[in-house]
Design a protein around this ligand. Sequence first.
Ligand code: GLU
Ligand code: ZN
Length: 297
Amino acid sequence: MIFRTRFAPSPSGPLHLGHAYSALLAHDLAVAENGQFLLRIEDIDRARSRSSWEDQIYRDLRWIGLKWPEPVMRQSERLDVYTTALDGLWARGLLYPCTCNRKDIASAASAPQEGRPLHGPDGIIYPGTCREKFRPSAADEPRPKDIPLRLNMAAACRVLSGSDDPCAQIGSFLETSAGPNGETGSIAFTMKELTNTIGDVVLSRRDMGTSYHLSVVLDDAAQQITHVVRGQDLFEATRIHVVLQRLLGLPTPTYRHHRLIRDEAGKRLAKRDDARALSKYRAEGATAEDIRALVGL
Ligand code: GLU
Ligand code: ZN
């Protein structure tokens, strides 16, 4: 099996130092292992994606010295793959439609008996309002297309563990640390953890017909990625991805969650931090080596 890593940016803004760090780490790891470094454009969010940003991603990554095989995978060309996976999950009764807006979710989650709303990787943990209203037999009918669909996390866990035991292990993944010897540890999780700290995540968004979580899992498998290198901010989301891999019969790669690059105030960089856009450093005469040094490589 070829050792493969990837960098998967969204073309919705300029790449900044944090992206460069992630891409360079993934690239260097592949080179060190005689493997392959792939690029993927995560452009399912049609409202925010721009081809001009995509072009700039290619320019920026070439400038910092990266190369990748062509053609590059683009999520916008894979909607049929996402649709087929959603149809399958729907037919297994693991999805339900949800029409709650942010306000509905916030108020249901802060009802007096609920205590303080808990946050998961996608914001407030969904309190399950629409799950309770859904008739399981509706899964025999065609999948509704223009309504967000949520994963029934408890039902998914029951399928995966074959039991109702909230403490049964549902999945695990290997995490390789940044240590000099690349130590690897296994991270396992239970149904109780998944329902309490993640909940029923949206797998099909209204205007996308898919979601980040579903697409990333199907694409990593299609690209045969063996090592996913990503920011620490996605650590919790990785559990969702392992659940989906298990439900869809896909392999689980090894993960490396790296530290986040922060600004002087200690705040993590975001797309809008144009001050640290790679193109800005380039315009000011910096070199690829300068960028490596700036992110500590
Ligand atoms: N498009 C995602 C991002 O830029 C991909 C990250 C990942 O799944 O590793 O955050
Ligand atoms: Zn709902």
